[in-house]
Design a protein around this ligand. Structure first.
Ligand code: NAD
Ligand code: TYD
Length: 362
């Protein structure tokens, strides 16, 4: 089996669902259930004996030791993180604790587990660290896209904490020989995306008749990838990546924020027109820019294509249409996130004390 951390969040939940749909191999899912962790995301696998959910912190060494000893995973995939740049600006402490200290504790527990494995299992073991393109910093309009050898120039507390964890992962390979893999991915979008991030926020606010807040001039560029393509890249790197290597993952899809917002509005105009016949674009409002806002990210994803044969399956046009449709069809999920009802899910569904294992096999 594999151990996944942060599997109740946006990308982690998509990964768990896709994994269980494609493979018979069980997953232990360790997630602290911060505001970003939502067990509604995993409702469809709640009764699946191959999914064992454990509420807990990647910084809890005793819990990690127990889980590793009990389940003996052949691989660990680390999604757990504080992930929102704006939150990191207002309160960086949690980012340092989880993204740096938590990753360190996880690496140490995994190293102890890996060291004690029999030779063949040691050789086959993998620790995959899920990271971001934001560690590379910001690009000028004509700069080439980020390659894996580019130096790190993180500019926000979030990206600095992710860069620190990437360095720790690298060092645990070079110093201790831990068979690590790192993926640095561009901005994701798709189902179960928490509506504090650009695309889901625009969909949810538009439907609620609220303003669509675009930071600064809206000309900051991001390179968008449909979340299920990110998940397939992680599966491929886990399967065939070379230990010690990093792989950039991206969708070859650079767009300024304002263009993204216009596309979301146009899709909503088509799929759920406003009752007054006006476009949702009327709700766009330019607001004060984010401090230290990176101007442009772009991923050069040729290495993962060349070495591992991975390419995204979705174009932005197909992925964004699926995403808008998903949000229109999941008003209950949106409502539970907005009211905070999703946070009661553990208590109401499982009624057990923390830290806990909830799942059919637990
Ligand atoms: P998210 O914020 O939606 O989910 C994070 C999950 O981690 C939540 O379920 C949360 O409860 C859990 N968590 C937080 N702290 C924890 C802790 N101390 N112990 C255990 N669990 C904890 O984030 P996401 O967007 O799904 O991102 C997942 C990973 O992918 C992160 O490492 C992020 O840096 C990386 N990433 C995200 C993007 C993106 O566009 N969202 C792009 C590239 C890389
Ligand atoms: P976000 O989804 O927070 O991802 P990241 O900062 O990790 O790239 O933001 C994506 C882009 O959208 C970023 O340039 C900031 C911008 N943005 C807005 O213009 N308005 C918003 O309300 C949000 C949340 C983001």
């Amino acid at each position: 089996m594999i151990l996944v951390t942060g599997g109740a969040g946006f990308i982690g939940a998509n990964f768990v669902l896709d994994w269980l749909a494609a493979s018979s191999e069980p997953i232990v899912n360790l997630d602290k259930l911060t505001y970003a962790g939502n067990l509604h995301n995993l409702q469809s696998v709640q009764a699946d004996p191959r999914h064992i959910f454990v509420q807990g912190d990647i910084g809890d060494t005793a819990l990690l030791n127990r889980l590793l000893a009990e389940h003996k995973p052949r691989a660990v995939v680390n999604f757990a993180a504080e992930s929102h740049v704006d939150r990191s600006i207002h309160g960086p402490e949690d980012f340092i604790q989880t993204n740096i200290v938590g990753s360190f504790r996880l690496l140490e527990a995994v190293r102890a587990h890996w060291t004690a494995l029999p030779e063949a299992e040691r050789a086959a073991f993998r620790f995959l660290h899920v990271s971001t393109d934001e560690v590379y910093g910001s690009l000028a309009p004509s700069d080439p896209a980020f390659v894996e050898t580019r130096s790190f120039e993180p500019n926000s507390p979030y990206s600095a904490s992710k860069a620190a964890s990437d360095h720790l992962v690298r060092a645990w390979h070079h110093t201790y020989g831990l068979p690590v893999l790192t993926t640095n991915c561009s901005n994701n979008y798709g189902p179960y995306h928490f509506p504090e991030k650009l695309i889901p926020l625009m969909i949810v606010n538009a439907l609620a008749g609220k303003n669509l807040p675009v930071y600064g001039d809206g000309m900051q560029v991001r390179d968008w990838l449909y979340v299920k393509d990110h998940c397939s890249a992680i599966r491929r790197v886990l399967e065939a990546g070379t230990p010690g290597q990093t792989y950039n993952v991206g969708g070859w899809n650079e767009k300024p924020n304002i263009e993204i917002v216009h596309m979301v509005c146009s899709l909503l105009d088509e799929l759920r027109p406003r009752t007054d016949g006006q476009s949702y674009k009327q709700q766009i409002t330019f607001v004060k820019d984010r401090p230290g806002h990176d101007r442009r990210y772009a991923i050069d994803a040729r290495k993962i294509e060349r070495e591992l044969g991975w390419k995204p399956a979705e174009t932005f046009d197909t992925g964004i249409r699926k995403t808008v449709q998903w949000y229109l069809e999941h008003a209950d999920w949106v409502a539970s996130v907005q009211t905070g009802a999703y946070r009661d899910w553990v208590q109401t569904q499982y009624a057990v004390a923390e830290p806990q294992a909830v799942g059919a096999a637990a």
